[in-house]
Design a protein around this ligand. Structure first.
Ligand SMILES: C[S@@+](CC[C@H](N)C(=O)[O-])C[C@H]1O[C@@H](n2cnc3c(N)ncnc32)[C@H](O)[C@@H]1O
Length: 306
């Protein structure tokens, strides 16, 4: 197989938009978000909030629903998810939200203009997370709060009945070897750093912020036939969307391109792409046999501008 011209832009891809929309239902137990996260953020009444890399609206929409007093602005460099977020807000009568295009490395807002700045799974994708956090610090008011929910690649803490028995020591060795090449390639291509989640507290401190708490999101995935509970059905829908057949091989091309940029071969990229048996997962879901337990740990950094 010869490598085709790159590249997929994952953030304007329709399948990925559907995935990101669904994902919001699975990161958090909403009581945890409302009763633990919101009090820790302590955003003042009628405060101004910026959601950096808001995508389809993820955390902005959740916050807007719980705090209608806030004025929330979402910024992202991709127009398509922004249109999607605006349409969702309009459909759901959320009036306290605005979305606009912009680059997180160079925010077009005045110094000290927001009471809170949020970002969720964005710093892992930007070219230079340190610059973005400095920009966030600049636009925060004195006493304002920065909240980041970011992951660090944690490969294999999950169980599912499609893969578990098929993976031996050799598989894990190969997976971790190529995963490191993938992460190196992602950095080399300026598409982010999958190790950022655990380093946000340090980067925030270096930018002059006072980190006052670091936590994890709370939801654990659990899906067991007959999928009696809504949380389980949400996960099934999410997993199915994430494993939609790669008809035009765009995700395969992206994996190959990234692994090769990290020093791997085309075969490494193919192996990595097929390490997840997407067709097997979709089949098991359709047959009603899919079983899984796991998590997507997000490191939550809470920091204040002194
Ligand atoms: C994984 S998505 C997360 C979207 C949203 N925060 C959520 O939680 O659903 C990453 C988002 O970061 C955006 N992004 C990446 N680099 C960016 C940059 N330099 N400036 C603004 N947005 C950026 C992408 O367009 C994408 O929408």
């Amino acid at each position: 197989m010869t490598q085709q011209t790159p590249t997929v832009n994952p953030w304007s891809d329709d399948d990925n938009s559907a995935f990101l929309r669904l994902r919001m239902k699975t990161f958090w137990n909403f009581d945890y978000f409302e009763q633990i996260i919101l009090p820790l953020l302590d955003i003042p009444q009628s405060g101004r909030v910026l959601d950096v890399g808001c995508g389809n609206g993820g955390i902005s929409l959740l916050l807007a629903d719980l705090r209608p007093d806030l004025s929330i602005l979402g910024v992202d460099f991709e127009p398509k998810p922004l249109e999607d977020a605006s349409a969702y807000a309009a459909r759901n009568g959320l009036k306290n939200l605005t979305f606009e295009q912009g680059d997180a490395h160079n925010l077009k807002y005045e110094d000290e203009s927001f009471d809170a700045v949020l970002c969720q799974t964005v710093l892992t994708h930007v070219r230079d997370a340190q610059t973005v956090i400095k920009e966030i610090t600049r636009v925060l008011k004195l006493g304002g709060v920065f909240f980041a929910a970011e992951y660090t690649d944690s490969a294999m803490s999950n169980y599912d009945n499609v893969h578990f028995d098929k993976r031996g020591e050799d598989w894990y060795r190969e997976y971790y070897r190529i995963n490191l090449l993938f992460m190196k390639g992602k950095k080399a291509l300026g598409r982010g750093d999958n190790t950022i989640g655990v380093r946000v507290p340090l980067l925030a401190t270096q930018a002059g912020l006072d980190v006052y708490d670091v936590r994890l999101n709370d939801r654990a995935m659990h899906v067991f036939p007959p999928y009696r509970h809504e949380k389980q059905r949400n996960y099934l829908e999410l997993v199915k969307t994430a494993n939609i057949v790669d008809n035009d091989e765009k995700w395969l091309r992206l994996d190959i391109e990234t692994v090769m940029a990290g020093g791997g071969t085309e075969e490494d990229g193919c192996w990595f792409h097929h390490a997840i048996d997407s067709a097997g997962i979709v089949k098991a879901i359709e047959e009603g046999t899919f079983t899984a337990t796991g998590s997507f740990p997000l490191y939550l950094t809470f920091a204040r501008k002194p």
